[in-house]
Write a protein that binds this ligand. Structure first.
Ligand code: SF4
Length: 338
């Protein structure tokens, strides 16, 4: 019996992305009721929920398999008791991002590019997130406060690329996004706009014709790096969203995180690469998870990750093999391990 046949509670009622975004599931019991799982078998961690609340868009729940505690999508969002163990090598800011935060809303870690925290929130809370402890409150400029951030970019002619990140930059309205892009366009030395977003995967209804028009009309070369970890995340709606982006002027790439028990397996990553490619997306990076407090249970040993990528190299053409990377504090770019 397929998981579709098991479904009795339709979770997505609306196709309007704003309505879906304002109706995120935040109650662990409701999530498990939809999935027909018994909360007493695996109660959530209350301290994990307090630190980083549950947040799941309903289209993402629709891609989960009811009755399966090991569902790879559920594991990415479930606040398990394992989050309570924090080995001493794990910390709240292992990348020491606070050192690269010269003005509110901007991280300047790498040469020629800066990252803007364009949105203080995400549509989903991925339990392995390296920014789960990030101080978004001090890093979410209002339109009025963006002045200092934009001034910083104007004053550094070496900056060529702006990366909109977050939170999730596609979580803001078209109007806010357009305003920010127009402000950036007025800075002559900028050429490239990069969007890092998980929303096309977890809330594909966000990929509207109006959004695509914004990207098609900007003077920037636009690169979108979506974040997909498992081919099961690529539902019919996600396929349509990816194909829509792919048909626009946007260059479309994917980044994943290698996660224990979810995708640390050659077969799973091979299928992910094939599925992404057949919908117009090139696998770009796969990250080793950062040592963030609360995420130790997702860790994959470096040797194992290298072995998996070596196996992928034997089985796939080079353009379908993502680079295995790790972020190290103070390095001028990500460190490529393979
Ligand atoms: S969408 Fe990205 S930034 Fe947001 S919780 Fe997930 S991994 Fe973290």
């Amino acid at each position: 019996m397929t998981h579709k046949a098991l479904r009795i509670i339709p979770s997505v009622k609306s196709e309007d992305w704003r309505e879906i975004l304002s109706d995120l599931l935040t109650d662990p019991e409701e999530l498990l009721n939809i999935l027909r799982l018994d909360i007493s078998k695996k109660p959530p961690s209350l301290s994990a929920l307090t630190q980083f609340p549950l947040k799941v868009p309903r289209p993402f729940i629709d891609a989960m398999e009811p009755g399966n505690w090991s569902d790879p999508l559920l594991l990415q969002v479930w606040p398990s008791k394992e989050e309570e163990m924090t080995p001493s090598s794990f910390s709240t800011d292992p990348l020491q991002e606070y050192k690269f935060n010269p003005v509110a809303g901007l991280l300047h870690k790498y040469q020629a590019r800066v990252l803007l925290t364009a949105a203080p929130h995400c549509a989903v809370h991925c339990r392995y997130c390296f920014r789960r402890h990030f101080d978004y409150q001090s890093n979410t400029p209002s339109r009025k406060d963006w002045g200092d951030t934009l001034e910083y970019i104007k004053n550094d002619q070496t900056i060529k690329e702006v990366i909109l990140s977050g939170g999730d930059p596609l979580g803001i309205s078209d109007r806010q996004l357009l305003w920010l892009i127009r402000e950036l366009e007025s800075i002559d030395h900028l050429d490239i706009l990069r969007i890092h977003s998980r929303i096309p995967i977890v809330l594909p209804q966000r990929i509207t014709p109006e959004l695509i028009t914004i990207f098609d009309q900007t003077r920037f070369d636009v690169v979108m790096v979506v974040h997909c970890n498992h081919s099961q995340e690529i539902s019919e709606n996600v396929k349509n969203a990816l194909m829509t982006i792919q048909r626009s002027s946007v260059t479309l790439l994917n980044q994943s995180v290698i996660l224990a028990g979810i995708n640390d397996d050659t077969k799973i990553l091979k299928e992910l690469s094939h599925t992404l490619f057949s919908h117009g997306v090139l696998p770009y990076y796969i990250h080793l998870p950062d040592k963030v407090a609360g995420t130790a249970h997702f860790s994959v040993k470096t040797d194992k990750a290298i072995q998996i990528i070596d196996s992928l190299k034997k089985e796939l053409p080079g353009y379908l093999v993502p680079s295995l990377v790790q972020e190290k504090p103070g390095e001028s770019s990500k460190t490529r391990l393979v």
